[in-house]
Write a protein that binds this ligand. Structure first.
Ligand SMILES: [Zn+2]
Length: 346
């Protein structure tokens, strides 16, 4: 009886201990579940909080500053001298590309005003010593400045004080890109209109008192009438002229300029695509002939020691045959000749 009672007591203890274990296990399981839910909830909350500010900030920026998406990043001036020009390799040779729209003028009458010649020196800004030598020639050269060149700020006021006309030498994509880099501030064929215009405006804002623009390289972009019209719409708005350096035989600059009635002229002679004194002398002789035939001519040279040396020697002879003027004067003359040719054709 006592054994039975003891057994029943043990069994009772056993029965009473069983539910205790289950309750504890259940509590632990429930605790773990709550913990897991809390962790998952906290994760979602964190993700939500981190995501939320990103979206409105982006939207607000786009709404407030739509144009700043195309802000042109400041470009550090490359210390190394760039490739100055890519001369057209096409046939006929660059200097022989004639302007069919302009009639040859009659032989010069004695006592008549001599033909007008503008000499533009491209790629200014990388060599201040040659720039100083060119300024010392004391003739109305036109300096065409490359954007972001290291010595532009020094050269610009000196050139202006000497009465030189200033142009922007606008780098544009050549057919040879990427083997040949047009340099800082370049306009590329793949650019969307607003990106292209932002870059052009940034380049123009670098130099105060710029009167016109000519292209540095640019054989690819010069063949795109759409991009030339985009460029010219800005030049027109700013009251600037354009001189086609004619680095490509298939350039469409002239027809695009005519469409927008932009003051326009073309390069007649490259003076120094060979850095050789005899070659440059010969090019200057061709320049005189071209000016006598047309009544005006545009020459483009580069800041090479040979160019400075030959100009120094040749200038007295040049001055007896032509009148050296700034680029804008030749542009006016070229526009007049084109208007006369159009009138005569009617
Ligand atoms: Zn150039």
């Amino acid at each position: 009886m006592a054994k039975k009672r003891a057994q029943s007591k043990r069994g009772g203890r056993k029965r009473s201990r069983g539910p205790d274990y289950s309750l504890q296990t259940l509590k632990i399981v429930c605790g773990l579940c709550v913990l897991a839910l809390l962790v998952i909830g906290a994760g979602f909350l964190a993700e939500l909080l981190l995501d939320q500010p990103r979206v409105p900030a982006k939207a607000a920026k786009a709404a407030v500053e739509p144009k700043q998406r195309y802000r042109v990043p400041p470009v550090a001036a490359p210390a190394k001298k760039p490739v100055y020009e890519v001369f057209p390799q096409s046939s006929p040779p660059a200097q022989a590309v004639a302007r069919p729209s302009l009639p040859e003028r009659l032989p010069q009458i004695p006592g008549e005003r001599p033909p007008l010649v503008a000499i533009i020196i491209d790629d200014i800004g990388y060599d201040r010593h040659i720039a100083a030598q060119l300024m010392e020639l004391n003739v109305p050269l036109t300096f065409s400045m490359l954007p972001n060149a290291p010595f532009s700020r020094q050269i610009l006021p000196q050139a202006r004080a000497k009465g030189l006309e200033i142009m922007l030498h606008l780098p544009m994509e050549p057919n040879e890109y990427p083997e040949i880099d047009p340099g800082a501030g370049a306009l590329f064929a793949h650019m969307a209109p607003d990106a292209l215009i932002a870059q052009l405006n940034a380049n123009l804002d670098l130099f105060s008192g710029v009167k016109g623009v000519n292209n540095h390289m640019g054989s690819r972009v010069s063949a795109s009438s759409e991009q030339m019209r985009q460029i010219f719409s800005i030049l027109k708005k700013r009251g600037l002229f354009y001189i086609d350096s004619r680095t490509a035989a298939n350039t469409v600059a002239e027809s695009s300029a005519r469409l927008l009635q932009l003051p326009f002229a073309e390069r007649d002679i490259f003076l120094d695509h060979k850095e050789d004194a005899a070659f440059i002398r010969n090019q200057l002789t061709l320049l005189i002939k071209r000016a006598q035939a047309q009544g005006f001519a545009v020459a483009i040279g580069h800041p090479y020691p040979a160019t400075v040396q030959v100009l120094q020697e040749f200038l007295p002879q040049l001055k007896t045959k032509v009148s050296l003027v700034q680029a804008s004067t030749v542009v006016e003359q070229s526009m007049l000749a084109q208007a006369n040719a159009a009138h005569a054709a009617r």
